[in-house]
Each structure stands twice: as C-alpha cells, then as structure tokens.
Design a protein around this ligand. Structure first.
Ligand code: KIV
Length: 267
C-alpha cells in the first residue's frame, strides 16, 4: 500500500469521495498516535470528544471541556503532516447560540491549527452550521446516534431507524454548508440511501459499507479497549495484550537481573 504524500484539505476530501475513493478516518488524541496514523496514510484524524471516555475514563462524552479539546487538538495537529485534522466541539460549546458556536469554533481553529470542526446535530444545528461557515470554518456534522444527546436518547448504543428524520437532518446539514456528515449507528440500507441523496461525503460508524467512508475510535480498533465490543467494531490490532506482555517482561527481567545487561550498560 502506497502512503499518500499530499496534504488532505477539505476540498480534496470531497473530491476524493466524488472520485469514488473510500475515505478513512480514525480518532487520535495525542502527538504520538496522530503521528503513527498520519504516517500510515489515514485520510482524516478526528480529535473526538470520545476523549472523555477513552482517555479520561468518564462514562459519557458530556464532561470534556473546550479547553481540554483545544489542548489535545493542538497535540494532534502538530504531529500531522498530511491527514485532514478535525476537532470535535464539546457539549455546551455550541448549543447556546450561533454566536457562542462561532466564537468557540474560532478558538479551536486559532489555538489548535486544525483544518475543521465537527458538531453533533442536523436540522437543529442548521443555523449554527451556517454561522460557523460564514466565518469560513469548515463544519462536519454528526447525525444518528449522537453521544452528546445520550440523556435525551436514553442510552449510547441505540440504533437510529427513523429514516425520514435522518434524511431531513442530513439534508439540513448539507444545505447549511456542512462539508461532510458522520452517520453513527444507522442501519446500512438507510445510510446507503442517505449517502445517495447527498452530494457531500458521509462517514459511517456502525452504519455499514455504503457510506462514503468509515471512522473508528483509534484505541478501540487497536484493541486497547477490550471490554468494548459492539457489533460494528473490528479490532485490527491487539495492543493491550502486546503492552501487557512488554511491561510484564520488563518487570521480570529487572527482578531476575537479566536487565540491564552488558549491551544496555555504559562503561
Ligand atoms: O467523538 C468521537 O470519537 C466521534 C466518532 C465516534 C465519530 O464522534
């Protein structure tokens, strides 16, 4: 597999989807992992507000703050040379008013060096998407299962099956100027029909193969989060077990005097 070399921009992201290229996106939250994913050639890196759960150990995404998203966004953007970097707007950083949203999206862009922001919602956020777009900030929308609406939806893992509502949300986000839309936990057929109805790329998570591209949470697909096994998740690595065995090997070798040996000592 050839690693792409040109910087992925928002127009290039849309053009790649128009050419029929399946887009790849993963989440990352720090310099080290963002650098690995970028070097591997992923098209886009999302600094997701899933940070609250996979990095901070919280039970929902609601507690993560704008300052924390900016801190991690900057670490990621600094590592990345090619991928399109997108930073999530956290809960209550855009819901109050379009003005609040524009100001906070502006902070993310200025302070992280990211290429775009993502926010949750379709029709209910159309005025906000339009406002952020007027500030020339590219917006990715996120519909279907919206983790920030967990209290309203009654849980995190619920498949969203109201096709008309999903289509209305997708069209509203596109009309408001979103350059792409994440579809989370949507049945494959519905996600396929939404993708066909839009002119902007859809990025699915638990939404089947007919989206324009896919996103997974980095630590989940790397096998670092073994307790989390939803149907849609494929683990492409077993890093937790690799790390456990490395740390156990170190402890054993220090305790039995094998490490440091001659090769790892200065004279
Ligand atoms: O926060 C996140 O990681 C996300 C992805 C699941 C799309 O929004």
């Amino acid at each position: 597999m050839k690693t792409p070399t040109r910087k992925m921009t928002v127009p290039a992201f849309r053009e790649a989807a128009e050419r029929g290229q399946k887009l790849t996106m993963l989440t990352a939250y720090d310099y080290l992992w963002a650098g690995i994913m970028d070097e591997a050639g992923v098209d886009s890196i999302l600094v997701g507000d899933s940070l609250a759960m996979v990095v901070q150990g919280k039970s929902t995404t609601l507690p993560v703050t704008l300052d924390q998203m900016i801190y991690h966004g900057e670490l990621v953007a600094r590592a990345v040379q090619r991928a399109l970097v997108i930073v999530d707007m956290p809960f209550m950083s855009y819901q109050v008013s379009p003005q609040q949203a524009v100001e906070n999206a502006g902070r993310i862009m200025k302070e992280t060096g990211a290429d775009a922001i993502k926010l949750e919602g379709g029709a209910i956020q159309s005025e906000t998407i339009r406002g952020i777009g007027r500030a020339e900030i590219p917006v990715m929308a996120h519909i279907g299962m919206r983790p920030q609406a967990v209290r309203q939806l009654g849980g995190m893992g619920k498949i969203q099956r109201d096709e008309q509502r999903l289509l209305d949300d997708a069209r509203a986000a596109e009309d408001a100027g979103a350059f792409s839309i994440v579809l989370e936990l949507v049945p494959e057929d519905i996600a396929g029909r939404i993708t066909e109805a839009l002119s902007i790329p859809t990025i699915g998570i638990g939404a089947g193969a007919r989206c324009s591209g896919q996103v997974l949470v980095g630590p989940d697909m790397l096998g670092l989060n073994p307790g989390f096994k939803p149907r849609f998740l494929k683990q492409f690595g077993d890093l937790r077990n690799n790390a456990l065995s490395a740390v156990r090997g170190y402890i054993q070798e220090v305790q039995n005097g094998q490490f440091p040996d001659e090769q790892h000592s200065h004279h």
